[in-house]
Design a protein around this ligand. Structure first.
Ligand code: NAP
Length: 417
């Protein structure tokens, strides 16, 4: 494939998918997108830390060859005003794995969110957010170390599907008439209307991915989060399809919570992943009161959106929460916060959200030792109260450092290991 502005490093190898599994050489090419606002500051810092960790752990044996790809404002400067170039989408598909900083959504002019466009164009149906506590990070929880969960949020359906009809428009009036006259629905005059599609296909592929993750990581449970008690045919259906895919495709390695109680006296048999479900509002309570009971959470779009930010807050907030958007082939890892424009180019903000998204990315390609080295360095540096401004204002006696200064400390700590 030839590109107009993207340079694919000659020395590296593209990651390929063989029999549904990633095939990664010792010299893989990974794509990165700087992003807007604080994006360049955090990306520059993280690239240094990731490379230092790879060099420390693997010496000359392994190396990442980075390919810069463009989205957002930097893309607009290169591609004659185009914030969302087609060749960036082609390159992400071609490289299979990429990581990105935050992107500004230009206001006005009919621009769609670039992040939403990216998810839709590449059909990145699963938003994956690990929520884990690192020693030294300021947390409002009494026992934040008990939180270690991964949220799989469905990214394409639900009330976010864009099927909304503004009050007074011809579409709204037409739909309202149909609902009243054909389906005998009752609602107030002039109501704005939205549609909440939840499909078997969309639900099953999401829950399947969550279960596959639990199998790969040898985790104890997958919890289906829903409001099926109220929305029976959407959220309730998600729950039913979730149990169905577990039984049909993973029957030999999963067991339902009901079966655990009925047949095994409440103790899950060795090697079985417990499939359970919880009502969404209770889930928020449980993750504050008994977080240790949960490993993987599978959610629809809206519930997952709320839950992932709420859980991120309990382990340090959006300055540190990592994430990824995935299809069955492509994975795009990303900082979960925005572009924080007031801090752009000030070398000030916390790079940890992108940093830990990188840890996820290295785990994804099977280079687990890299992530471990970074996590260990992070706990040592933050444990010494050397932090960026956001943590400094929450930690007494902290030493505040810049984005690049924080990266320097991490690299020193990696090299000391
Ligand atoms: P934001 O950029 O996430 O910033 C909100 C606040 O969060 C910041 O003012 C700062 O808090 C804190 N923060 C964010 N990143 C931080 C970091 N790395 N380190 C420390 N603190 C951090 O949200 P926003 O201001 O609502 O959105 C700005 C732009 O980002 C918008 O154009 C929006 O569309 C875009 N956005 C993009 C993404 C994405 O690309 N994934 C996601 C969300 C928003 P303090 O002011 O308290 O210091």
């Amino acid at each position: 494939m030839s590109y107009q502005h993207v340079t694919i490093p000659e020395q590296g190898d593209k990651i390929r998918i063989v029999d549904g599994k990633l095939k990664v050489s010792d010299q893989p090419i990974l794509g990165y997108i700087e992003g807007d606002g604080i994006g360049p500051d955090i990306t520059t810092a993280c690239l240094r830390v990731w490379d230092a960790a790879v060099a420390k752990v693997y010496g000359d044996k392994r190396k990442v060859h980075w390919a810069e790809l463009y989205l957002g404002e930097k893309a607009a400067g290169i591609y004659a005003g185009n914030y969302f170039p087609d060749e960036t989408m082609d390159a992400i598909k071609d490289l299979v794995v990429a990581i990105k900083g935050p992107l500004t959504t230009p206001i006005g002019g009919g621009f769609r969110s670039l992040n939403v466009s990216l998810r839709q164009t590449l059909d990145l149906f699963a938003c994956v957010r690990p929520v884990k506590y690192y020693a030294g990070v300021p947390s409002p929880m009494k026992k934040p170390e008990e939180i270690d969960a991964v949220i799989f949020r469905e990214n394409t359906e639900d009330v976010y599907a864009g099927l909304e009809y503004q009050t007074g428009t011809p579409e709204n009036l037409k739909l309202a008439k149909f609902l009243r006259e054909e389906l005998h629905a009752e609602f107030f005059e002039g109501a704005g209307l939205g549609v909440k599609p939840i499909s078997e296909f969309g639900s099953k592929r999401l829950v399947r991915k969550a279960i596959e993750y639990a199998i790969e990581k040898q985790l104890g449970s997958v919890t289906l989060v829903h409001k099926g008690n109220i929305m029976k045919y959407t959220e309730g259906a998600f729950r039913a399809w979730g149990y169905e895919v577990a039984a049909q495709e993973f029957g030999d390695v999963t067991i339902t919570e009901d079966e655990v109680w009925e047949k095994h006296d409440g103790k899950p048999p060795q090697g079985r992943i417990v499939i359970k479900d919880r009502i969404a509002d209770i889930m928020f309570q449980l993750m504050q009161l008994r977080p240790a009971e949960f490993d993987v959470l599978a959610t629809m779009n809206l519930n997952g959106d709320y839950l992932s930010d709420s859980l991120a807050a309990s382990v340090g907030g959006i300055g540190i929460a990592p994430g990824a958007n995935m299809s069955d082939e492509v994975a795009v890892f990303e900082a979960t916060h925005g572009t924080a424009p007031k801090y752009a180019n000030q070398n000030k903000v916390n790079p940890s959200s992108l940093l830990f998204s990188g840890v996820m990315m290295f785990d994804h390609i099977g280079w687990f030792e890299v992530g471990k080295a970074i996590e260990k360095a992070f706990e040592s540096v933050v444990g010494n109260k050397v932090v960026t401004y956001d943590f400094a204002r929450q930690i007494d006696g902290a030493t505040e450092v810049s984005t690049s200064g924080f990266a320097d400390h991490l690299i020193e700590a990696i090299n000391r290991q």
